[in-house]
Design a protein around this ligand. Sequence first.
Ligand SMILES: Cc1cc2nc3c(=O)[nH]c(=O)nc-3n(C[C@H](O)[C@H](O)[C@H](O)COP(=O)(O)OP(=O)(O)OC[C@H]3O[C@@H](n4cnc5c(N)ncnc54)[C@H](O)[C@@H]3O)c2cc1C
Length: 212
Amino acid sequence: MWNELQRSIFAAECARAGAPPLAPMGLRMVGPVIMGFGTPEQKAHYLPRILSGEDYWCQGYSEPGAGSDLAALQLRAVSDGDDYVLSGSKIWTTHAQFANRMFCLVRTSTEGKLQAGITFLLLDMQTPGISVKPIITLAGEHEVNQVFFDAVRVPKSGRIGAENQGWTVAKHLLEFERGGGSAPRAPSGAGPRPDHRRRRGRRQPGLPPPAG
Ligand SMILES: Cc1cc2nc3c(=O)[nH]c(=O)nc-3n(C[C@H](O)[C@H](O)[C@H](O)COP(=O)(O)OP(=O)(O)OC[C@H]3O[C@@H](n4cnc5c(N)ncnc54)[C@H](O)[C@@H]3O)c2cc1C
């Protein structure tokens, strides 16, 4: 895996060449998490699909009552055999309308510290019970969404790390989201700047939708 200097050099060269930005949520966010915490089966399944672009990911962290205070998240995941049953909603989910996969944080326990009851889960956006409601910004753009979960069954094989250890996984992801997610600006006269749109909050939104 590249270190920060290597990632910075790659990003600088891409920017210098005017290359389009790569979708960060698979390559820069959930990919390193799967490499660090995934089982051999999860690595074999997901990593090639991230590299090929076959899977397009969205990030299900924020909730209506849990933004900056992320540990307050409430989306409930109740254990039922080989599945979790999810109920609740996520908000500000960039490109949920395009994504076929979501990595998310869910609440698997309400005991003890808030952080100690969170689990990191991968899911298929086509699963019955998921609905995506657009949020149109003041600029008239459809980039973010609210995603509703109504008794959605998610196989436990999609869990990354142990149950209730999701906060540790999320902190690992943060290193790549914050540390490696942004490309430097191209120096003046070094070719066109890539189409980096605004970046606010935790997100690096504004990427083009996947082809097809
Ligand atoms: C364009 C865009 C795309 C996004 N995409 C995603 C996504 O794909 N997935 C996802 O999970 N989330 C996404 N987010 C959510 C984002 O990353 C933040 O979690 C969210 O914007 C912050 O939560 P909130 O909006 O509820 O604000 P709040 O947490 O309510 O904060 C509101 C204001 O209060 C301030 N504040 C909060 N707490 C304190 C405190 N203790 N002390 C002082 N000031 C405080 C904040 O700095 C902020 O200015 C996106 C946000 C934007 C704007």
